[in-house]
Design a protein around this ligand. Sequence first.
Ligand code: OGA
Ligand code: NI
Length: 364
Amino acid sequence: MNESSSSSSQAMGTIDVDQAFIQEPEHRPSLSTIEGQGIPVIDLSPVTSNNPSLSSIDALVKEIGSACKEWGFFQVTNHGVPLSLRRNLLEASKSFFAQSLQDKKKVSRDETSASGYYDTEHTKNVRDWKEVFDFLAKEPTLFPLTSDEHDDRILHWTNKNPQYPPHFRDILKEYIKEMEKLSYKLLELIALSLGLESKRFEEFFGDQTSFVRLNYYPPCPYSHLALGVGPHKDSGALTILAQDDVGGLQVKRKTHDQEWINVEPIPHAYIINLADIIQVWSNGAYESVEHRVIVNSEKERFSIPYFLFPAHDTKVKPLKELIHEDNPPKYRPYRSGKFLLKRFEGNFQKHREENLQIHHFKIA
Ligand code: OGA
Ligand code: NI
């Protein structure tokens, strides 16, 4: 990585270990991998082909429903996103991160917007072994100025636009359009699987605060001690992730043993994971699932998540259609933007207390 602020002293023949990246022993990646059934792979052609049959859509909805319940993670094929676009974005991302730190810092993220480059993210108070470039889906993206519930001031966030590589912005814009299309399809399928109207979720996404992230995980000389991203749950509605062929993403299996399972790279597939807001909307019927990224000692890795978030002022709470006497609300309402801002505040520095998490809104 680029900077090392708290390196331990270096002995002859050993590597210089920056303590900021070192995970507690219980979070360090285990060297043995679990064999067994992976996360479901779901063919989306019933909703991406021209003449779908109703019965094939029904079957797809059932498949999505069980994947959401049992795993909260699945991969999709025949998703309709052009492969050439994904390739172009991956190439652009590689060119961007290959620049000098000085050049990358020309588009550093700062307090004026959530867009830009940075390499200082902390997940659960340990620094991630990665570099990141974030780009907002909507311009401007409206967002609260502070996380204070009583502060109504709003910021208009805009994107940082790197000059290099050429056409970076155009490719990102085009990619975002495709992610938006795919996310609406997924939301419809998820709504139907919960017994809701297919367009039930659409109203929340008019002024959405979604963003696409380019992740770069450099090779790590102490990959047994650090993580690319520490264990976490995503805080939006859902995430659509493209990973390259290196591998490293792991999901905590929900069933019995809570083991970390590798998410095997499938060429051209997208990985879908449910995030905190779907958990609250579904009143816990579907849960966001913990995941993390292992780093590689030799290979660099690239991934591209699209984080789908509703408008900042969306009051996130269990949907009324799913609430009844035997199923009272399990979560207190919260504003999407205020929650995210609190989370961001925790991501940039080491805090002593735990970052804000969705379980803090759970009704006991
Ligand atoms: C994330 C994440 C996984 C990956 O950025 O939230 O979980 O494979 N990334 O990069
Ligand atoms: Ni994640």
